[in-house]
Design a protein around this ligand. Structure first.
Ligand SMILES: Cc1cc2nc3c(=O)[nH]c(=O)nc-3n(C[C@H](O)[C@H](O)[C@H](O)COP(=O)(O)OP(=O)(O)OC[C@H]3O[C@@H](n4cnc5c(N)ncnc54)[C@H](O)[C@@H]3O)c2cc1C
Ligand SMILES: Cc1cc2nc3c(=O)[nH]c(=O)nc-3n(C[C@H](O)[C@H](O)[C@H](O)COP(=O)(O)O)c2cc1C
Ligand code: SF4
Length: 647
């Protein structure tokens, strides 16, 4: 077989370690560890599946060297005690059996954590500089504490080696403890641990020296660091080049080049709008000044791009992070030239913002098996072939249909529109959200590949359904916008219609968006981009509270910089010909001028009557997605998949 991406699938080398290709899974926290920090079966199955999918090297997520004060997430792996070695040995063996190599990322959060995570302990830092994203003021570390921490990193590396792990990555990026020492933005010390670049590098260099002393010259050490902190006075690309040379001289085997600290969060965990490969230039700049291999990362979703990065010598390895959460078979499919079958990550950040950073286990919007690899190791073939009718071709219905068909059932899917996707076709319309349509395209392709009979442009009725004599119906009719009963409501446009371009709000005109949730804010963003003067009115304390926090941080910065008015704790009581009437936070009745009014006060489940009619006919019905409870893509896909497994 000719390999389409010959550069990507050429052998790689880190120190003396040989890797089967140039694809690296970068560290990504999951919250899958046990509560005591030990390796769980969920975690082993999750990583083993990625190894089976063909990745060359897995760098396991942040592993704490000093728990609890050094933890950044609730259920974080630990290696600060010998009791953890056994679990890591099981993990290493399982990954090795699938042909991949495995490193662990040694980590201390420093100031980028909260007392909720550290068990009430005040976070520590080289200097007591305030952290703006989490709003934390840390305590300054003493000289003795710093020396003790150096030993903790070294001891954790020794334990990793004892467990059969192939190498360690030191987490010097993203503004965690090692990076805090390195960054002039955070490290204000005047003793031997602060000052010039060389002095700020003392902490990581002591750790590297300690590891080399204990484990010798052949144990691979990877160093992850920022080529740009993207904050004032932080590390920039010129400083990063100096750092890279210092690390090479210190005997580091490979550099994993990243960017951003929490205060510049959208650069390190890019929301929807960041372009593919936007930060490859940083790795390319670092590669030019060193002779050791360099890893690049950040929104690399497409094998063509990944292969070209290697071919053009911009980096030696490409790290595919969220891409491998979304599709563990990304490498295998690329290797076999099945590019269109890759279920690409859409950069929604549900996995991190709504799940891991919110103390929950990782889940993925487009891959329902994430964290459930143990539960669904394979899809059981249907014992008895059934006729399954699915109503609704949004993500819930489409995923249910794909899953049921792949198990051998005969599946018919009704979608009243002429296109699959449901609300995905609206959610991809606000500025920067085009990547959502990648998922719609994948669903369309997969429905074809699984031979699902599509009845597009056909509204399902009880009569049509019963005529097909289905064994079971999966009802995935989604949601519809809520229209509140307030005087003057006839003058308001629905946000869905504005986004679809069914109504035109001329640019330059004043618009009030009623409802400041995700849909209202994204409609406001769309109107802002069109040049409208936008006011958002929201009855809750704040806006966009249902939005993924990193995307929200990004959007609110845009709103502030572009002068969007945000009226919170304000209830709309009427819409008049030129204004809206509100009761504001101080219980005052006020008028807000509004040439145009857009309504986005939430959605409610649709299709309840249809479900009832089918049940009355004695047809078994499973209701999934927004039709069951209005949620997000992640909920629709998980429940759709689960229904497809159960029928
Ligand atoms: C503007 C906007 C932005 C959004 N942004 C995000 C986001 O960033 N992240 C996120 O996670 N979620 C987002 N969402 C929400 C997400 O799109 C929905 O939660 C998800 O699409 C629900 O999937 P579903 O399959 O349950 O329903 P839907 O997507 O609503 O699909 C239901 C389908 O059923 C069809 N249907 C209904 N009745 C019948 C019938 N009788 N016969 C045939 N077909 C029928 C409809 O035409 C529709 O295609 C957004 C939603 C909107 C409106
Ligand atoms: C859920 C999640 C958890 C992450 N956890 C870590 C981590 O533990 N250590 C780290 O260095 N980077 C972490 N990252 C950043 C990734 O390693 C990677 O740099 C980033 O996601 C950009 O690459 P991508 O677009 O390929 O996902 C995390 C990212 C995600 C999405
Ligand atoms: S949850 Fe969203 S961002 Fe995270 S891997 Fe899945 S698709 Fe990508």
């Amino acid at each position: 077989m000719t390999v389409k991406y010959s550069h990507l699938f050429s052998e790689g080398k880190i120190g003396n370690l040989r890797l089967r290709n140039r694809i690296v899974m970068p560290p990504m926290g999951t919250n899958f560890a046990n509560a005591d920090g030990s390796v769980s079966q969920t975690l082993i199955d999750y990583y083993t599946e990625r190894a089976r999918g063909g990745v060359g090297l897995i760098i396991v997520e942040i592993v704490c060297v000093d728990s609890p004060v050094g933890k950044a997430i609730t259920n974080q792996l630990c290696l600060d005690d010998d009791k953890y070695i056994g679990g890591f040995a099981d993990l290493a063996e399982s990954v090795h059996l699938e042909g991949a190599k495995i490193f662990v990322q040694l980590h201390h959060a420093g100031r980028q954590t909260t007392p909720d995570i550290t068990g009430g302990i005040q976070p520590v830092c080289p200097s007591a500089t305030h952290e703006g994203f989490l709003n934390v003021t840390p305590r300054e570390l003493s000289n003795e504490e710093i020396e003790d921490l150096v030993q903790k990193f070294v001891s954790a590396a020794v334990r990793a080696k004892m467990a059969g792990i192939d190498g360690v990555e030191l987490h010097g990026a993203h503004g965690y403890l090692i990076g805090q020492f390195m960054s002039p933005h955070i490290n204000k010390r005047t003793d031997k641990w602060g000052g010039s670049t060389e002095r700020r590098m003392r902490f990581p260099l002591e750790i590297i020296r300690g590891i080399r002393e204990k484990l010798g010259p052949n144990f691979p050490i990877c160093f992850r660091f920022n080529a740009d902190d993207f904050v004032e006075d932080g590390i920039d690309i010129e400083e990063a080049k100096k750092i890279a040379r210092i690390l090479e001289d210190a005997g580091v085997d490979v550099l994993n080049v990243s960017v951003g600290i929490y205060e510049a969060m959208p650069t390190l965990l890019e929301p929807f709008h960041f372009e593919e490969g936007w930060r490859v230039y940083t790795a390319e700049a670092i590669k030019k000044v060193v002779n050791i291999p360099v890893i690049t990362v950040g929104v690399i979703r497409d094998p063509v791009l990944a292969d070209s990065i290697i071919a053009e010598g911009k980096a030696d390895f490409v790290a595919i992070g969220r891409g491998l959460i979304a599709d563990p078979e990304w490498p295998k499919k690329a290797y076999e030239g099945r590019d269109e079958e890759i279920r690409k990550c859409i950069s929604c950040n549900t996995c991190i913002g709504l799940k891991v950073f919110s103390g929950q286990r990782m889940r993925c919007s487009v891959n329902p098996r994430v964290g459930y690899e143990w539960k669904y190791p394979y899809l059981p073939c249907a014992c008895e072939k059934k006729k399954v009718v699915v109503i609704g071709g949004g993500p819930a219905g489409a995923y249910a249909a794909i899953t049921a068909a792949s198990r051998g059932h005969e599946v018919v899917l009704f979608e009243k529109e002429n296109k699959i996707g449901g609300q995905l076709n609206i959610s991809c319309l606000p500025p920067g959200k085009e990547k959502i349509s990648w998922f719609t395209e994948w669903l369309e392709g997969e429905l074809k590949r699984q031979n699902v009979t599509l009845r597009l442009g056909e509204c399902a009725t009880p009569e049509k359904i019963s005529a097909l004599r289905p064994d079971i119906v999966i009802l995935a009719t989604g949601a519809e916008p809520i229209v509140p009963n307030i005087p003057g409501i006839e003058r308001a446009y629905l946000s869905w219609d504005v986004l679809k371009g069914k109504v035109n709000v001329p640019s330059g005109e004043e618009v009030v968006v009623i409802g400041g949730g995700l849909v209202g804010c994204e409609t406001a963003h769309y109107l802002l981009d069109k040049g409208c003067k936008v006011t958002i009115v929201e009855m809750l304390d704040d806006i966009a509270l249902d939005m993924e926090p990193i995307g929200r941080f990004d959007l609110l910065n845009t709103f502030v910089s572009k002068g969007v008015k945000m009226l919170t704790k304000s209830l709309v009581t009427a819409i008049t010909p030129e204004a809206i009437q509100i009761v504001d936070a101080y219980k005052r009745v006020r008028e807000v001028p509004a040439k145009h009014v857009v309504l986005a006060v939430g959605q409610k489940p649709a299709g309840c009557d249809l479900a009832k009619a089918l049940c009355d006919m004695g047809i078994p019905v499973i209701t999934v997605g927004d039709a069951r409870a209005v949620g997000k893509i992640v909920d629709a896909v998980l429940f759709g998949f689960d229904a497809g497994v159960k029928v």
